[in-house]
Design a protein around this ligand. Structure first.
Ligand code: ATP
Ligand code: MG
Ligand code: MG
Ligand code: MG
Length: 470
C-alpha cells in the first residue's frame, strides 16, 4: 500500500512533534510585513522575524507545512518532473536550539525509519569546506562516495548581509534509466537521475559589510522538503503530476478535454500538466485573498489563470472549464486546508469572472486577426508582419500561440522572428525604464518572487535584481 501525499504530510508533522517541535499551521501565501517578497516561496519565509530575532517564536523548535508559490519556476512546469508553481514545503526549524547533527540525524531517521526509503539510494551534498557536515553524514552511515561537495551556488545560503550559512541537500537516486549516462553523473547534474528533495540550511554565520563571515552565537536550522517530490519518490512514480492528489486533478483535465494523457513529452501532455499545476496555484492564491489585477500578486494570479485557460484552448476545450476543475483541487486538499472548502463559492466566483474576461480578450483578438487576414489575402500575401503579431500580443493581450493557430486555420502564418524582434525592442525599452504598467507588474512580480533564489549566488550578483528590493 503506497503512502498518499496527505499521509506523508501528517507523518512528517507527527515525527517532529515527537522530537518536541511545535507544529504551526501554514502561513498565508501573502507575506506579512515583508516588502522584499511578493509571495511566500519557502517554509522559512514567513518565519523570518524569528530568525532575525525581531519576534519571539512560540517555541525554539517548530515544524510546518507551508504553501509555496514560485513563479520563477513557471517555465519548468510541465517540462521537468519536479517543478510546480505551487507546492508544499515541509520543514523543521531551530531558533538557536539544536543544530547540524540533530537536524541531519532526524532527517535521516525520518526518511529511513518512518518512510523506509532504501538507504543505498540516498545521497547527500554539502558545502565544499563543511567538513563538520561530512563527518556527521559519515557517522550516520552514508558512505563517502555518496557525499558530494558542491560550491557556493548550490550549497551556501545567503541573502545580502546578515545570517547565512552552508547547507546540505538530500537526493534520491531514481536509477540509471533516468540518467544522462555520463560517467561523472551525480547529484548536481542537470539530468533527472538524482532528485533533490530536502534542503537543510545551517545558519551559522553573519555576513558583514567588509565581506567577512562571523560565527553566530546561536546558530539556526531551517530545512525545506518538497512534499510533492517526497510523494513522487514514495509512490514510485515518474513525476509530481503522477502523485495521487495531483493525478486526481490531472485526470479531471484529461476527462474534460477528451485528450489522452500519454505520460510523455507530447505537446498536449505539457498543456495538461500546466493546467493541473496552475489550477492548484489559483485556488490557493484566491483562498488567501489574492484577486486578479494588473499589478503585483494580482497580476501573477491573472497570468496563471489566463495561461491555464489558453492551454485549455490548445487542448480543444470550448468555453469556461476552470471553475469545474477547481473542485478537483478542493477535493484533495480541503482536509489539510479547510479554508478551501469554506471559501469554495468565492474562489469559484473569482475564477469564473477572470475566465469570462479572458474569453472577451480572445473574442476581440480573434476578430482583429480576421481583419488582418482579409488584408493579407487582398494583397496576395500569407505571412502576418511581426509588428502586427506583436501588437496583438502587447495591446490586446493575445498570446502568440493563439495568433499562430488562427492564422494556420486560414492558410497563413506569423512572422515569429519579427515578433521576437519587437519583443526584444520592448524589453530594451523596459530596461530603460519605459515599460507599460502592465508588463512592469509581471516583471516585478516575477523578479520579486525570485529574490531569495536569484540572490543565492551572493553579493556579486546583487546589482541587477538588488534594485527591485530597494
Ligand atoms: P530545484 O533545484 O529542484 O529547483 P531548489 O534548490 O530551487 O530546487 P530549494 O530552494 O532548496 O529548492 O527548496 C527546498 C525544497 O523545496 C527542494 O529540495 C524541493 O524538494 C522543494 N521545491 C523547490 N522548488 C520546487 C518546485 N518548484 N516544485 C516543487 N517542489 C519544489
Ligand atoms: Mg529551484
Ligand atoms: Mg536545487
Ligand atoms: Mg535546493
Amino acid at each position: 500500500e503506497k503512502l498518499g501525499l496527505n499521509q506523508i504530510r501528517q507523518m512528517f508533522r507527527d515525527f517532529y512533534v515527537s522530537k518536541d517541535h511545535y507544529a504551526a499551521k501554514s502561513a498565508s501565501l501573502i507575506p506579512q510585513n515583508d516588502k522584499s517578497l511578493l509571495i511566500i516561496n519557502s517554509g522559512m519565509a514567513p518565519l523570518k522575524p524569528y530568525f532575525a530575532g525581531i519576534e519571539t517564536p512560540p517555541a525554539k523548535r517548530m515544524t510546518t507545512c507551508q504553501k509555496c508559490i514560485r513563479t520563477g519556476d513557471i517555465d519548468n512546469v510541465g517540462i521537468t518532473a519536479r517543478h510546480g508553481t505551487f507546492f508544499e514545503m515541509l520543514g523543521n526549524f531551530s531558533f538557536g536550539d539544536y543544530f547540524k547533527e540533530e537536524s541531519l540525524r532526524w532527517g535521516w531517521e525520518f526518511i529511513t525509519q518512518c518512510l523506509k526509503m532504501p538507504e543505498k539510494k540516498i545521497w547527500a551534498t554539502v558545502y565544499y569546506d563543511d567538513d563538520e557536515a561530512v563527518e556527521i553524514w559519515k557517522k550516520i552511515g552514508v558512505p563517502e562516495e555518496r557525499i558530494v561537495r558542491l560550491g557556493k551556488e548550490d550549497n551556501f545560503w545567503e541573502i545580502g548581509l546578515g545570517p547565512c550559512g552552508p547547507c546540505s541537500e538530500i537526493y534520491f537516486d531514481r536509477g540509471p534509466e533516468y540518467g544522462c549516462g555520463k560517467p561523472d553523473c551525480k547529484p548536481g547534474c542537470d539530468c533527472d537521475r538524482y532528485l533533490e528533495f530536502w534542503n537543510h540550511v545551517f545558519t551559522q554565520f553573519s555576513k558583514e559589510e567588509d565581506g567577512s563571515y562571523t560565527p553566530l552565537e546561536h546558530p539556526n536550522i531551517d530545512t525545506g522538503m518538497g512534499l510533492e517530490r517526497m510523494a513522487c519518490i514514495m509512490q514510485g512514480v515518474d513525476s509530481i503530476f503522477d502523485v495521487d492528489t495531483i493525478r486526481h486533478i490531472l485526470d479531471g483535465v484529461v476527462a474534460m478535454s477528451g485528450v489522452k494523457y500519454e505520460d510523455g513529452a507530447a505537446k498536449t501532455d505539457v498543456s495538461i500538466r500546466i493546467i493541473t499545476d496552475h489550477l492548484r496555484s489559483m485556488v490557493f492564491m484566491i483562498a488567501d485573498g489574492i484577486i486578479p489585477s494588473n499589478e503585483g500578486r494580482g497580476y501573477v494570479l491573472r497570468r496563471l489563470i489566463r495561461r491555464a485557460a489558453r492551454h485549455g484552448r490548445i487542448l480543444g476545450i470550448d468555453g469556461k472549464f476552470l471553475v469545474a476543475l477547481s473542485n478537483k483541487v478542493i477535493e484533495v486538499s480541503a482536509d489539510a486546508y479547510p479554508e478551501l472548502e469554506e471559501k469554495k463559492e468565492y474562489i469559484q466566483k473569482i475564477i469564473s469572472v477572470e475566465e469570462e474576461k479572458f474569453a472577451a480578450t480572445i473574442d476581440q483578438g480573434t476578430s482583429i486577426i480576421h481583419e488582418y487576414v482579409d488584408e493579407l489575402k487582398k494583397d496576395g500575401k500569407t505571412v502576418l508582419a511581426g509588428e502586427k503579431v506583436f501588437k496583438l500580443y502587447d495591446t490586446y493581450g493575445f498570446p502568440l500561440e493563439l495568433t499562430e493557430e488562427i492564422l494556420q486555420e486560414e492558410g497563413c502564418s506569423a512572422d515569429v522572428d519579427g515578433f521576437n524582434d519587437n519583443m526584444q525592442k520592448q524589453k530594451e525599452m523596459a530596461r530603460a525604464g519605459r515599460k507599460s504598467a502592465d508588463e512592469e507588474g509581471w516583471k516585478n512580480a516575477a523578479t520579486a518572487v525570485d529574490v531569495p533564489e536569484t540572490l543565492f549566488t551572493g553579493y556579486d550578483h546583487l546589482d541587477d535584481e538588488g534594485e527591485v528590493l530597494a
